[in-house]
Design a protein around this ligand. Sequence first.
Ligand code: CP
Length: 299
Amino acid sequence: LKHLLTVEALTDQEVMGLIRRGQEFKRGAKWTPAKNQYFATNLFFENSTRTHKSFEVAEKKLGINVIEFDESMSSVQKGETLYDTVLTMSAIGVDVAVIRHGDENYYDELIQSRTIQCSIINGGDGSGQHPTQCLLDLLTIYEEFGSFENLKVAIVGDITHSRVAKSNMQMLKRLGAKVYFSGPETWYDKSFEVYGHYLPLDELVEEVDVMMLLRVQHERHDEHESFSKEEYHQQYGLTIERAAKMKEHAIIMHPAPVNRDVEIADSLVESYKSRIVTQMSNGVFVRMAILEAILEGKS
Ligand code: CP
């Protein structure tokens, strides 16, 4: 693997390989690198806790040297572009750059460069894609059910602005799951119909195996848009009453950060049906698998 930019670019075999390798790392597998020194950097131009810090843990567990980058202390403040920042990292010997940026497809100019040599892992591009979140979500679902075939998965909430939703709907459908959508119709787009169907949440709640909730992304909304947390929770949130109707074996997921009592009732976040904390832990293992696959391609 040279880069990881979208999940769509991966074959089913590559996806399953990364999931299974993530499981092996979770069970304690070790990586023996071909080279004794690899360098990684995490370039985050949008806020992040989970993706940034779990990549850092994954890199350190693999013995990779992590080159710190803080946008506010970098030459970005002097007007340096993303391209020139990555060019610099590549020139000083960085093997892999994990990048989160607000612009969709920011990576196009980087991978077309003949000078930039380092691999790029997309840690989220605007409302575009979040491939590493998708892979950790797939690992979490696979651990639970052992297959994706005919699993009923609901993706609920602010779908239009969610890069997690886009990556997940594409890959879940390709792996054989039945995808359903719910949430405010203003945050739903007819183009999603190729992946699944929209249904009212109260119809879905009793049917699905996986209830995947999405964060309401206020930072991507019009600042004048009115919003009531209570109304959203009652109409589109996983309330305690709705959760009580879920199938016995069904699980709750959310990429986090969670707006407690908005997308999901506070007490459900760490409830027995919730895999939200497992998703965070699995992020480290799947990211170890991704880094290994990319660095082995370079060795
Ligand atoms: N799920 C996710 O991407 O979280 P962060 O924004 O904290 O990285």
